[in-house]
Design a protein around this ligand. Structure first.
Ligand code: NAP
Length: 465
């Protein structure tokens, strides 16, 4: 895949970038290693100030950055602007809380004495140069949610961004440079996925984090495993959105539409499988299809657009094939299901689509639909809802609509996912850990769990003097 900015709204190639050769890559790896030697000794206060200045740069450049993102991957401009603001908030959150999250930990006095020590504590020390392999769908946020905790902990970062967002990747490097980060502290590597293995194997790289698809995760984890290097993987998802009879149906429908179509439907934590109790199925399904069908699809730069184009030509082909397979197996399209004609044909647009009559014979029953396509299932009981919610290879997040505490507790106990959101849609927040189980990956980002992923948890034990 060439490293290029191609506008998904028109298919026009705006700029192609030459991937880094061996010399440039070597220079950047050497710079990262040198930067870590000093940066690891900086104080929390120094790092907090750096993150705050990066947040200020994001705020100052918000409009420009949002336009770059929308041009490269097609999300509506207002959403790109909101993403930029969210990044600034996360940087400030880690600036405020990072030091406390990885402060020295003191075991209880009795436990210290029991270990034979006069004193003992745990110190969180940085691991070193961390490689981040990142996707295009939230091209600022995915990177910042890695970079803010990693830099706060004293690591330095190398970014291998998706090949279709090179301008955003370079802009991120520039944000940290303008914030006054030491040279080599945060660098972008313009390389294709084929060059990632050599970077992981390089002795100067200590660990790797990847957000992306299952095949990419498998490949990165295999190489890192071979090198015995730490990994965090945030992979795909096919989150359930369960609606039970006690739900506020209007709110559930409104949220369902947003949860399925935000970011043009290309979000790992988008609700993708709608599992609806028979008592409320007819009302939910008809209102949901009506609202999905009424969304405005078009130019992502226009302020009244709800749904822009998909980010890549391949993504459009994959989604179209998934829906075609379901329809060929007798699924029913309650709305959408066909690409728009007319002026939108030249871009990679796909309309909001609601499918019913889903069976296990259809690929979409097990595979992730990365675009504005929802599947709706009818269930007769709570047990059936839990079983269907868990009948997926993925386990990223989940949404459940019920006001019944016993039903809520049932999901907290039994859902096979990294999070469960009741009466609302899944979203990430700096203070809450984020990540999945099963084929959605392992490890956590954000909160204290995220900042500790790339730390050397060092035990310090002092014997009797
Ligand atoms: P992708 O193809 O896996 O790409 C993600 C990144 O991995 C890109 O930088 C890509 O580089 C690189 N890559 C691809 N194959 C690789 C390999 N064999 N070795 C090393 N690097 C490789 O993912 P995508 O299709 O663009 O993104 C969508 C996927 O990401 C979906 O499954 C979505 O659910 C998932 N996602 C997960 C989360 C989460 O937090 N769990 C968040 C967002 C997205 P190139 O672009 O150069 O190929």
């Amino acid at each position: 895949m060439p490293i290029a900015t191609v506008n998904p709204a028109t298919g026009e190639n705006l700029e192609t970038f030459e991937p880094f050769g061996r010399g440039e890559l070597e220079l950047r790896l050497a710079r990262a290693e040198a930067a870590f030697r000093d940066y690891r000794t900086t104080t929390f206060e120094y790092r907090s100030q750096l993150l705050r200045r990066a947040a200020d740069v994001l705020d100052a450049d918000r409009e420009q950055l949002a336009r770059t993102v929308t041009t490269e991957m097609g999300k509506p401009l207002a959403q790109a602007s909101a993403e930029t603001a969210k990044c600034a908030r996360a940087l400030r959150w880690y600036a405020d809380h990072g030091a406390a999250l990885i402060a020295d930990e003191l075991p209880g006095e009795d436990d210290v004495a029991d270990s034979g020590a006069t004193a003992a504590y745990v110190r969180y020390r940085p691991l070193g140069v961390v490689l981040a392999v990142m996707p295009w769908n939230f091209p600022l946020w995915q990177v910042v949610r890695f970079a803010a905790p990693a830099l706060m902990a004293g690591n330095v970062g190398l970014l291998k961004h998706a090949s279709n967002v090179p301008r955003t990747a370079l802009a991120l490097e520039e944000v940290f440079r303008r914030a006054g980060a030491p040279e080599g502290c945060f660098q972008t590597l313009l390389i294709g996925s084929g060059a990632v293995e050599a970077v992981i194997r390089d002795r100067r790289v200590a660990a790797v984090t990847l957000t992306g698809s299952e095949p990419a995760g498998r490949s990165v984890a295999a190489v890192a495993g071979d090198e015995l290097k730490k990994t965090v993987l945030e992979l795909g998802g096919s989150d359930p959105f369960v609606v039970l009879p006690s739900a506020d149906l209007d709110a559930a429908v409104r949220t369902a539409v947003k949860a399925r179509t935000q970011n043009n439907g290309q979000s790992c934590i988008a609700a993708k499988r709608f599992i609806v109790h028979a008592d409320v199925y007819p009302g939910f399904t008809s209102e949901f299809a009506k609202a999905m069908g009424a969304l405005r699809i078009g130019d992502p730069m226009a302020p009244d657009t709800d749904i822009g184009p998909l980010a890549t030509r391949q993504g459009l082909a994959d989604l179209s094939a998934l829906v075609a397979d379901a329809l060929a197996h007798d699924a029913v399209a309650e709305c959408g299901g066909n690409r728009p004609n007319g002026p939108l044909e030249q871009g990679w647009y796909y309309p909001p689509t609601v499918l019913t009559g889903i069976t296990p014979a259809m690929r979409i029953h097990r595979e992730e639909a990365f675009g504005p396509v929802a599947t709706v299932y009818r269930v007769e009981s709570l047990d059936e809802a839990v079983a269907l919610a868990n009948d997926s290879p993925f386990g990223l997040s989940s949404n459940v609509w019920t006001t019944d505490p016993a039903e809520q507790e049932r999901f907290v106990r039994d859902i096979e996912a990294g999070s469960v959101f009741f009466n609302g849609m899944t979203a990430s927040h700096p203070a809450l850990p984020f990540g999945g189980v099963k084929r959605s990956g392992y490890g956590r980002e954000l909160a204290g769990h995220g900042i500790r992923e790339f730390c050397n948890v060092t035990t310090v034990w002092l014997g009797p003097t």
